[in-house]
Design a binder for this molecule. Structure first.
Ligand code: GKR
Ligand code: MG
Length: 429
């Protein structure tokens, strides 16, 4: 005989409870060493933004993205557009943000603004359901997300300027192959990375090839990558590809544009990778037609958030393109989001990039969650992103932003303060 039992359902928040009531956008500035790249040198402070989304039932979600005065204005427009929407309605959030932003804005900027809020919405979805962001994205296919050692040519210090004394750091100079190998040894000893990326485009290519050869000698088993951010012509890129045959797991953005990359790819033995010529979904068709790139570096900050980044993985699989992950100077909210999406993306085929060794000591999140062990970060258990804001640090970094009176990142202008004849005209060689 059947007996009836009354099961009491757990009290779940309603769509009204999960409506966005308030969004706080806090610009911050944190310190950065003098890292060199093809367009100049990193300034002493990085401008970034922390997003806090609040719901009617008092939940809080976090996001982080690049700063700049136009980005701040676009974030304010996006925030106003999604007030009152449930954090589970991310597709609706995307439509509203796209409608509200000025029509002439690039696809890239629109995706970046939405992406910052989508991460915060997913963080809240996790808090509302007791699940981690990676579970919400389909579950983890890896418990530990591998990252690569991201090496930069760098000055020993930010030189004294406008009455400000020189700013030294723990890394010292890396201006030649020996300096690069020294930097790699230090970074690998501290973080345990199992692959290496060198930011190139700083010195003539022959010198950067020497650095790659020195890294190969020092670390015979670690995959190596070189990324000159389009500093070379097609001809130079082909020559570098020939010289580094057998040394690189991929060559990243040697030359500008899909057509140029396609011409290099015709001759290069190694895969070509990009975070510069395929940066939005509508670049993929032409890239596939030209076989211009064999690896895409995804980045949830500009591919429109975590779900779209996972979708990028599906497209990469469809077209037989490898997937890696791009990074820019960032803190722990971004790192947590990067780890969750990497954990939930089966198509990810390479260790991800991260600037965290350069910037992580400035973090705005409570310590203890995001640790590098053998070059990998364990996926935070959640709920949500699994990270908590350090409010004292947020206030300090916001004050630093106010004191610095920053508008946008300017590696070129900063370089010209020391080397007036420097230009960012690329390709340079
Ligand atoms: O931090 O100087 C840098 C990098 O060059 C960065 O701006 C790039 O976007 O890391 C990036 C890349 O892979 O091209
Ligand atoms: Mg790159």
């Amino acid at each position: 005989m059947k007996t009836s039992t009354t099961l009491s359902r757990p009290q779940l928040p309603t769509a009204d409870d999960l409506q966005i009531t308030d969004i706080t956008i806090t610009p911050i500035a944190f310190s950065d060493p003098p890292l060199l790249n093809a367009v100049g040198v990193h300034e002493p402070l990085v401008h970034r933004v922390v997003i806090e989304v609040h719901t009617a039932n008092g939940l809080l979600g976090l996001g982080e993205c690049a700063g700049g005065s136009s980005r701040l204005a676009n974030l304010a427009v996006g925030a106003a557009a999604i007030k009152g929407v449930s954090v589970f309605d991310t597709s609706r959030m995307e439509i509203l943000i796209h409608e509200a932003l000025a029509a002439e804005l690039s696809v890239f900027e629109r995706a970046a603004v939405f992406g910052a809020f989508e991460v915060a919405a997913l963080d809240i979805q996790g808090h509302a359901t007791g699940r981690s962001v990676s579970e919400l994205l389909g579950g983890t296919v890896r418990d530990d997300v591998p990252f690569s050692a991201y090496l930069f040519y760098k000055w020993a210090e930010h030189p004294a300027l406008d009455g400000r004394p020189a700013i030294t750091d723990e890394w010292g100079a890396a201006m030649d192959p020996e300096g690069i190998v020294r930097q790699a040894r230090k970074m690998i000893a501290e973080y345990g990375f199992k692959s290496i990326k060198l930011k190139g485009g700083v010195f003539p290519p022959a010198q950067e090839i020497e650095a790659i050869q020195a890294l190969r000698t020092e670390f015979p088993d670690l995959p190596l990558r070189l990324d000159p951010n389009t500093a070379w012509t097609v001809e130079t890129s082909r020559w570098v590809a020939e010289q580094t045959d057998g040394l690189l797991e991929y060559l990243e953005d040697p030359t500008p544009g899909l057509e140029g990359m396609g011409q290099v790819a015709e001759r290069a033995a190694m895969p070509l990778a990009t975070n510069m010529c395929v940066v939005a979904f509508d670049h993929i068709k032409r890239s596939v037609e030209l076989n211009a790139v064999q690896v895409i570096l995804g980045d949830h900050h500009y591919w429109g958030g975590l779900r779209h980044t996972r979708e990028l993985g599906t497209l990469c699989q469809t077209f037989g393109i490898g997937l890696s992950m791009h990074s820019n100077s960032h803190l722990g909210i971004s790192l947590a989001a990067m780890v969750h999406v990497a954990a939930a993306t089966p198509a990810l085929t390479y260790a991800c990039d991260t600037h965290y060794p350069w910037n992580g000591h400035n973090d705005v999140i409570m310590p203890g969650v995001l640790n590098f062990v053998d070059g990998s970060v364990r996926v935070p258990g959640g709920p949500g992103l699994g990270v908590e804001l350090d409010r004292a640090k947020l206030a300090e970094l916001h004050q630093q932003y106010l004191d610095a009176d920053m508008s946008a990142r300017d590696d070129t202008g900063y370089m010209q303060r020391f080397v007036p004849e420097f230009t960012a005209d690329l390709p340079r060689w």
